[in-house]
Design a protein around this ligand. Sequence first.
Ligand SMILES: Cc1cc2nc3c(=O)[nH]c(=O)nc-3n(C[C@H](O)[C@H](O)[C@H](O)COP(=O)(O)OP(=O)(O)OC[C@H]3O[C@@H](n4cnc5c(N)ncnc54)[C@H](O)[C@@H]3O)c2cc1C
Length: 505
Amino acid sequence: MDRCDVVIVGAGPAGLTLASELALAGVRALVIERLTEAEQAESDRTMGNRSVTVPSVRAFDRRGLLTELREASQRGFNVMAAGQPDDGPKLYQHFAFLFPRPELLDQAALGWPVLEGCFVQRADIRRLLAGRAREFGAQIRYGVEVTGLAADADGVTVEAGATVIRAGWLVGCDGAHSLVRTIAGFDFPGVEPEILFRQAAVDLADPDLLPVGWFTEPGVFGHVPLPSGVHMVFTGEFGAKTDDVSMTVAEMQESLRAASGTDVTVTRIHQFGKYTDVSRQSSTYRKGRIFLAGDAAHVHPPLGGQGMNLGIGDATNLGWKLAAAVRGDSPDGLLNTYTPERHPIGKWVQDWTRAQVALLRPDPRSRALREVMRELANTADGSTYLVEKVSGLWQLPMASGGHPLTGRTVPELAFADGSRLADHCHRGRGLLVDLIGHPALRETFRGYSDRIDTLTAKSENSGKLAGLLVRPDGVVAWAADRTVGPADLVAVQQALSTWWGDPRS
Ligand SMILES: Cc1cc2nc3c(=O)[nH]c(=O)nc-3n(C[C@H](O)[C@H](O)[C@H](O)COP(=O)(O)OP(=O)(O)OC[C@H]3O[C@@H](n4cnc5c(N)ncnc54)[C@H](O)[C@@H]3O)c2cc1C
């Protein structure tokens, strides 16, 4: 029997992010992936690009992967650019194929350069995350399928190929059809699909017949010529049969002709994918020693590119909490904060994508509503609102209290020595930023030096901030303005005990 601290089922973006967070914290993490690396690479070829939203960009940045992510983004191809004006910056996300207007954005209100989001090939995401997980010491076993699991009071037993694995904890990152979710008895309520999306890389006999961009009339369709010379085509058909996963040239052509109102001719399909707007979410992400993260916990249509980002967010939220439980220094109830912090964000994405499907419906009322939305999207407030949502900037994982930054993702601070706040987060520990050199504040942290790093530094863009305590997942646990008074010291003690437990001598 193999032994480890945490078994992760599935080496997708959620599983690999979790593995690297756990391994960074010194936890023995084992990832079991049923596909071989070659099979994963083949599946990555299909519909390969993913938009990376601000919270994920920040998560990569905090672990020192920003440069590699940006380089990978330059290799990715922003298929969404085709729907936007030729001049000016391009967004990576849309709302029911309505594109916010970058030139109208209120950047001060957004507070983060959202136009610097990324569009990265799935293969690159996996490569970066798997490389980092291995570098930190996680094991990844490819080509092994998990077929059974059972939990007891002390741990979990997992059947994986010919091996039985015993671990303290198990996380199902095994995607939309999660076996972990089924065996462990998690519910998965939601709505049935009403639209079938077909997407394919094709050769066209007469590409000029098909306009380039993303359209909702006469039907839902998209057409983007790719740098390789093939054409990415996309359709959405309401009321179509949604359980047939095969695709023929005739089917894609018929669907494209119907949606575009053209006589375009498809001569060859290189790759294709079919997906629906089914959307479901488990009502809890934890059952005892078993957790769900990523698509295993929530599925929704990929309108606006949120799913992978949600999974990365789940994993960064769970990683440090689970690591504390494994080490035995987790405060009471820490693991139980995972569902309340992540479920509302998943729920919001469900609603956000359902709203888009409603706007895509072909009936006259939905079309009229769409025109209202189009007008709103073309205003400064409308564009800023949409971008704040699709970029992930609105996400607030933790109920805030006290300082307005508490519960939010940490702002980007630049320090006098030229470093940025993210540079000080690479070790995956908590971080106290003391901006005024306050001896009593640093004294408070003495008993946490095994879990929290301390930085005393001056910053020019910190405004009136005097101090800041950041969780390993980049969420602000405490902050104070101008000075750190007695009430602030009490508040910081409370934050320490809530998120890190007792001090050590
Ligand atoms: C066309 C399309 C475009 C998209 N675009 C975007 C986008 O731009 N941005 C975005 O954020 N999201 C996007 N998404 C969604 C995104 O791809 C998913 O949300 C994301 O891949 C989910 O990651 P995951 O790690 O949770 O699951 P997955 O990526 O599904 O990984 C699960 C892994 O578990 C493995 N597995 C399953 N069962 C077992 C088992 N029993 N034993 C061992 N291994 C198992 C699988 O082989 C798989 O590798 C898009 C989706 C589609 C279909």
